[in-house]
Design a protein around this ligand. Structure first.
Ligand SMILES: *[C@@H]1O[C@H](CO)[C@@H](O)[C@H](O)[C@H]1NC(C)=O
Ligand SMILES: *[C@@H]1O[C@H](CO)[C@@H](O)[C@H](O)[C@H]1NC(C)=O
Ligand SMILES: *[C@@H]1O[C@H](CO)[C@@H](O)[C@H](O)[C@H]1NC(C)=O
Ligand SMILES: *[C@@H]1O[C@H](CO)[C@@H](O)[C@H](O)[C@H]1NC(C)=O
Ligand SMILES: [Zn+2]
Length: 582
């Protein structure tokens, strides 16, 4: 889900060039007092030191959170990352998970539509494997299933609760989903290993769903299993694992999970939610960027139908409903949505981070980026720069894609009905309203030209005429996600922990500094149902970049070191985040 931006590298070396960042106000979050001093707090005090933002920087580097102050024994992480027996066991667990083809289809009977599970399986046998997958988890993670409370929400949503001892501390939610995109049977022969058998080639583990996102789900449960086995960590903060079952079909599973959690904990009751999203980090222009998605574009389908009188095709009007609709489609495509970039969009903050910290970025674009929020010409230049590739272009504009069309029934009958579906992904600065207003304006213009009526969402907005009418309706409307705040306590703790993870544990010999920066996802995850639980939503997994992860495609795979990296990170992070006061 990472959206790569086009960068203009002048050199290809990646030497570290930024000087260290300033003297910082260091605030201890857990203690009562706030100092303006230096380093280390002893572990015994259980304090977390986080830096406040440097007011002069658009992208202050978060301070590393030293795990050794919170995790007494680092031999476990060493074992997770480097022990061959652990690795072998972990490979087996993930391969086992791959062997349940939990395929989800767009057109499936939903669990809530059946009176019982038996009825559901009768009507839709594809769900049976979802229950088998649950049984597999039970067998594979006995500690988790013995000690955590499992609520099964709407038949297949899995919510595990590891109750903390301090009810005042806000719970943390770690999310994933276990449904996978179906494999097209015609492609099976192209796989290195059969997609639902899986395989390991010494570096990558293959199988449908391994990178989206059974690796994350299994890694989270492995982490909990280790911590429970060790019996050293007794959380004060409640830890919740929330696993959806129909993410790939944009289903209602996460909505049910969300309602369950809202009923139990209330709105805005959760410290932080971390779900699938971007992975690891990205090396660009001489910097390593850790880029959790802190926003998601919105979504809406415009369905425009046109009804006109029928008749024999030997005496046709100049334009049939199909012809008129074709003109409308052509007008829609000719007029793009405007490109906009403001501070509301995480993409601008991401660029600012790059501009401030990259030693290689082109000087002119750097200057423009750093004042794009203040200066109209600079803003225009940045938009021009982003418009160069489709990947970055659609981070700053609402998209329109004409995806479905139908009309007419017979060669000798005039079409009385034609329809089109236009899919939109809504930019952060836009809304469902502003998106549909543009399309509605164009529908009305077309209606005026051909003297037709217009109905929009059940309301008549232009008088019907004998010539017919447009019927414009919306489906699946979703506003752009609220953007996760930057620079607060959670931001600094999560970013600082990731820095320590990569700089000290994963690549201890590289002495590279990692920049924690926001990003925007053009797709949606299960978190689209979780907005009411917290503003602190991060779509990100602490893996290692895989050159070709082939998500949703042939030979989907993960770098297995990345899988171990996720386990190691959460082993530490769950212990660290436990200390935060909120
Ligand atoms: C683990 O702890 C030992 C002893 O405290 C220390 O020397 C070592 O650097 C630590 N290893 C890591 C990877 O942090
Ligand atoms: C791990 O698995 C590999 C491949 O099956 C095997 O050669 C190796 O001996 C195993 N290592 C351990 C410590 O079990
Ligand atoms: C317009 O479309 C909506 C959605 O498909 C449908 O429910 C409604 O009946 C249609 N109205 C007319 C007058 O065609
Ligand atoms: C890192 O350096 C240490 C000692 O300096 C060495 O033992 C270790 O093998 C190195 N690790 C990697 C991954 O290169
Ligand atoms: Zn996914």
């Amino acid at each position: 889900m990472t959206e790569k931006l086009p960068y203009h590298a002048k050199e290809t070396n990646t030497k570290k060039s930024y000087s260290n960042f300033f003297i910082l106000i260091i605030c201890c979050v857990l203690g009562i007092s706030c100092y303006v001093v230096s380093k280390s707090t002893p572990f015994e005090k259980g304090q977390i030191l986080l830096q406040a933002s440097n007011p002069d920087s658009l992208c202050p580097i978060v301070e590393k959170v030293d795990f050794s102050k919170f995790v007494r024994d680092n031999s476990t992480v060493d074992r997770i990352l480097h022990d061959e027996r652990f690795r072998n066991g972990s490979i087996e667990k993930l391969l086992g998970a791959v062997r349940y083809p939990t395929e989800i289809y767009d057109e499936m009977i939903h669990p809530e539509e059946a009176a019982s599970l038996d009825e559901l399986y009768k009507a839709e046998p594809k769900w049976k494997v979802f229950e088998k997958f649950q049984k597999y988890l039970e067998k594979t993670f006995p500690q988790v299933h013995g000690k955590l409370k499992l609520d099964i929400v709407n038949s297949f949503g899995l919510v595990y609760t590891w109750e903390g001892s301090v009810p005042e501390k806000k719970p943390i939610i770690l999310a994933a989903h276990y449904d996978v995109v179906p494999v097209q049977t015609e492609t099976i022969s192209q796989w290195t290993f059969p997609p639902y058998e899986g395989g390991y080639d010494g570096k990558h583990l293959y199988g449908r769903g391994v990178s989206d996102c059974k690796d994350l789900l299994i890694a989270l449960l492995e982490t909990a299993e280790i911590l429970l086995n060790e019996k050293k960590f007794e959380p004060q903060r409640t830890i919740i694992f929330a696993f959806g079952y129909d993410e790939e079909a944009s289903g209602s599973g996460a909505q049910h999970i969300s309602e369950h959690l809202l009923k139990k904990y209330g709105p805005n009751s959760i410290l932080q939610i971390i779900d699938e999203g971007t992975s690891g980090f990205e090396e660009t222009e001489g910097v390593n960027l850790i880029l959790p998605a802190t926003g998601e574009k919105g979504y809406v389908d415009s369905i425009i139908e046109l009804y006109t009188p029928g008749g024999h095709s030997s005496v046709p009007p100049k334009h049939t409903s199909i012809g008129i609709l074709a003109k409308l489609i052509s007008d829609i495509e000719d007029e793009d949505f405007e490109s906009v970039i403001t501070n509301a969009n995480p993409v601008l903050n991401q660029l600012q981070c790059l501009a401030e910290h990259s030693p290689l970025i082109d000087k002119n674009i750097k200057k423009d980026i750093l004042k794009a929020h203040l200066d109209a010409d600079a803003n225009k230049a940045v938009l021009k720069y982003l418009n160069k590739t489709p990947e970055s272009r659609f981070l700053v504009t609402t998209s329109q894609a004409v995806d479905l069309i139908s009309g007419g029934v017979k060669s000798n009958a005039l079409p009385e009905h034609a329809s089109v579906l236009v899919n939109h992904r809504i930019a952060v600065e836009d809304s469902v309203e502003s998106t549909t207003q543009k399309i509605l304006r164009q529908v009305r213009d077309e209606a005026k030209k051909f003297d037709l009526g217009v109905i929009f969402e059940g309301q008549m907005v232009r008088e019907l005429t004998p010539n017919g009418y447009f019927n414009y309706s919306l489906r699946e409307a979703l506003e752009p996600a609220p953007v996760t705040p930057m620079g607060d306590e959670i931001w600094n703790l999560f970013g600082g922990s990731l820095r320590y993870h990569y700089e000290n544990l994963i690549f201890p010999n590289e002495s590279k500094e990692y920049i924690f920066a926001p990003s925007l996802s053009t797709g949606n995850t299960d978190t689209k149902s979780y907005w009411d639980l917290t503003r602190n939503i991060f779509r990100y997994a602490p893996g290692i970049p895989t050159t070709k992860s082939n998500i949703h495609s042939v030979d989907e795979r993960v770098d297995f070191d990345g899988h171990l990296s996720i386990i190691a990170f959460y082993y530490n992070y769950l212990q660290v985040v436990d200390h935060l006061a909120q």
